[in-house]
Design a protein. Structure first.
Ligand SMILES: Cc1cc2nc3c(=O)[nH]c(=O)nc-3n(C[C@H](O)[C@H](O)[C@H](O)COP(=O)(O)OP(=O)(O)OC[C@H]3O[C@@H](n4cnc5c(N)ncnc54)[C@H](O)[C@@H]3O)c2cc1C
Length: 245
């Protein structure tokens, strides 16, 4: 796969704790790309009061695009068949085997299915998972920006109704990503208006949003983010990651 200029992102903060560093190295899953070494944590309150402290363990910053591409290539090296531009529409058990229905046609019959399809997928609806009966109360919004923020600090800036994280990833890019309220988005009608009304109440966030260079044409947005409890196994599918809750 040719590496294009950031065509695809997932909404998340792109700060990874060093808890997993040894595991990734041991399993030959440590990306060859440059990562941002992060050793400090900065916290600010909704009115901009701030505290900075060293992180014992620390972490690293890497974009999902770079990390996911690398993991995809490693999987291929290990002989994994990856179906691109494909979606799973349904999974059900038949005669002790699992049948996986694919969007572009076809069906695979397998012994076991692991579900790693994130926080909210159409598959959750098909599987009639109980948390889907309620709308999630949060939204996630993500940008990449250029900024003169300290490259070794991960920041968490609070604002009324949510919080915004910032840390360096590759090159001179920073991830700027927040969890906000779905209700606020409805009230203010658009992302920029909500940001001006809510995020900019924290003067540190206002400074970041007004002085940084934004690198996406528009933000990546996910709506209906829910933190409801989920069952780890449903319809014989063992759930992993956010699909497990
Ligand atoms: C605003 C925000 C900030 C965050 N910041 C951080 C952070 O800084 N550090 C951190 O460690 N975590 C962070 N997280 C949490 C982190 O993003 C998730 O825990 C992590 O991405 C979960 O990984 P996953 O593989 O389970 O799901 P995902 O990363 O969501 O991946 C699921 C994949 O499944 C695919 N998929 C979905 N449905 C189907 C289907 N039917 N068929 C085929 N494919 C399907 C999706 O396209 C996607 O590629 C943040 C989350 C949010 C919302």
């Amino acid at each position: 796969m040719k590496k294009k200029a950031y065509p695809f992102h997932r909404v998340c903060g792109e700060y990874i704790s060093n808890e997993v560093r040894d595991f990734l190295k041991r399993e030959a899953l440590w990306p060859p790309d440059e990562v941002a070494e992060i050793r400090q944590f900065m916290l600010s309150s909704t009115d901009g009061k701030q505290a900075t402290l060293p992180l014992d363990l620390g972490g690293f910053g890497i974009s999902r695009y770079t990390l996911d591409l690398f993991l995809y290539q490693r999987a291929q090296q290990e002989g994994v068949e990856v179906l691109e531009k494909e979606q799973v529409l349904d999974v059900h058990k038949k005669n002790r085997r699992m049948q996986v229905t694919l969007q572009r046609g076809g069906m695979r019959e397998v012994d076991m299915v692991l579900g790693a399809f994130g926080k909210r997928s159409r598959l959750d609806k098909t599987l009639q998972r109980s948390f889907m009966q309620q709308e999630g109360a949060y939204i996630g919004v993500k940008y990449h920006v250029k900024s003169d923020f300290d490259p070794h600090t991960v920041a968490l800036h609070n604002f009324p109704g949510g919080y915004c994280g910032m840390n360096k990833v590759e090159g001179d890019r920073y991830n700027l990503c927040y969890l906000g309220s779905q209700k606020d988005l409805k009230t203010y009608g658009s992302i920029p208006e909500m940001e001006a009304a809510r995020l900019h109440q924290n003067p540190l966030l206002k400074e970041i949003f007004t002085s940084s260079t934004f690198l996406f044409e528009k933000p990546e947005v996910i709506t209906s983010v829910s933190f409801a409890k989920k069952a780890p196994i449903e319809q014989d599918i063992l759930m992993l990651g956010d699909a497990a809750g």
